[in-house]
Design a protein around this ligand. Structure first.
Ligand code: PLP
Length: 418
């Protein structure tokens, strides 16, 4: 029988060639973008499955189309597993992405114009945390807290002052480029003082909470936690809203019919199998190793005199001030590392004097490298390559030598699913 891939090759050689090229790129390079990962092989199977054919508007038992016997099973499994893994009362697994999931929370629990206290984009927050260029930034009144200029960590006294002054309806923590853990107790106390809903956007570290390597905001009484499913959790691209029962109905109505139409049942099947994996000891070990690797890589870079925002990491990522460390802006640093098959991303740092497309730093994370089986000794090696490369961006001999070494090294670490 001809496989689906063989049919693709015959039908559309251009797309097939790009797919094969991407497979090769993923195999022969080291992925250090903190928001990326390799999903599980069985997730790739669900994504390319017949669930993509099905319209399932509504929720299990309450759909607008017939033929929902199996989609109901899948979504119920995904919801129940999400509740068990994140120890929460309600889960909505339909958001098509992380951005949609956050929008659904704001639009479901607040009124346009309400104030939300959230982290500034340039200090580590996400676009959907109220950046002026995002639609959410226009619809809601975001008050954006920044980090402490001395050590780069969240300034909780300032967060409290901002909360008392602006009386937000929601206090939001969570980040896209902040290398430290969150003081949930402090955030919750501040929110309680002003009667605000508490929300954590755990998109980056959702897998580390699931694997019990990082703390769970629900243990501190948080109302809502959102997470993407494709970063540290290693699932398909998507988002989940997890919340207390009292918010369940508003959240569900906000996702559908408020914001979205038909859910992507192939992705929801992928979320279900990911959450089964997340309950295993193997996944817990993975989550721990992500953190151990991150600390190791950060220490190696710092020993080589690189300057890291906040002076280290408590989570799966670090932000390197490449301007201060190597005299290179983040774009040049990213492009230089690209030349040796090490993929990172340019990153604005707190109070960055440089513009976003040419910022002062890069962001590095360990979830994907760890998914390939890399451990501490490999992080030391990576640190050496990154440092040498950024010290000699124009030395073709050094760049060529490291690229060759990286390609050989990658052969030892198969990419899951390829
Ligand atoms: C903290 C945070 N929230 C939300 C998102 C949005 O996710 P998506 O890209 O799936 O829309 C991201 C993505 O990087 C993120 O880092």
């Amino acid at each position: 029988m001809t496989s689906n891939l063989e049919i693709l090759q015959q039908q559309d050689p251009d797309v097939y060639a790009a797919l094969k090229g991407e497979e090769q790129r993923q195999k022969s390079g080291i992925e250090l973008i903190p928001s990326e990962n390799y999903t599980f092989p069985e997730v790739l199977s669900t994504l390319g499955s017949v669930f993509t054919n099905k319209y399932s508007e509504g929720y299990p038992g309450r759909r607008y189309y017939g033929g929902q016997e199996y989609t109901d099973q899948i979504e119920t499994l995904a919801r129940d597993r999400a509740k068990a893994v994140f120890k929460c009362e309600h889960a909505n697994v339909q958001p098509l992405s992380g951005s949609a999931m956050n929008q659904a929370v704001y639009l479901g629990l607040l009124e346009p114009g309400d104030s939300i206290l959230a982290m500034d984009l340039s200090h580590g927050g996400h676009l959907t945390h109220g950046a002026p260029v995002s639609h959410m930034g226009k619809l809601f009144n975001f008050v954006r807290y920044v980090t402490n200029p001395v050590d780069g960590s969240i300034d909780y006294d300032q967060v409290r002052k901002d909360a008392l002054e602006h009386k937000p309806k929601m206090v939001l923590c969570g980040y896209t480029s902040y290398p430290r853990d969150i003081d949930y107790e402090n955030f919750k106390a501040i929110a309680d003082e002003v009667g605000a809903i508490t929300m954590t956007d755990a998109s980056h570290f959702g897998g580390l909470v699931a694997g019990e390597a990082m703390r769970n905001p629900f243990d501190f009484g948080f109302d809502v936690v959102t997470t993407t499913t494709h970063k540290s959790l290693r699932g398909p691209r998507g988002g989940m809203v997890l919340c207390k029962k009292e918010f369940a109905s508003k959240i569900d109505k906000s996702v559908f019919p408020g914001l979205q139409g038909g859910p992507h049942m192939n992705a929801i099947a992928g979320i279900a199998v990911t959450l089964k994996r997340a309950q295993t000891q193997e996944f817990k070990d993975y989550a721990q190793q992500v953190l151990v690797n991150s600390k190791m890589l950060a220490n190696e870079l710092m020993q080589r005199q690189a300057s890291l925002v906040t002076g280290g990491t408590d989570n799966h990522m670090m932000v390197v001030d490449t301007m201060e460390s190597y005299g290179l802006d983040g774009r040049v640093a990213e492009e230089t590392l690209d030349k040796v098959n090490i993929t990172t991303n340019k990153q604005i740092i707190p109070d960055d004097p440089l513009p976003p497309l040419r910022p002062s730093g890069i962001r590095i994370g360990t979830p994907a490298a760890t998914a390939r089986g890399m451990v501490e000794v490999d992080m030391k090696q990576l640190g050496e390559w990154i440092d040498r490369c950024l010290r000699s961006p124009d030395d073709e001999a050094v760049i060529g030598e490291i690229k060759g070494a990286v390609e050989t090294f990658c052969k030892k670490f198969p990419v899951p699913g390829i």
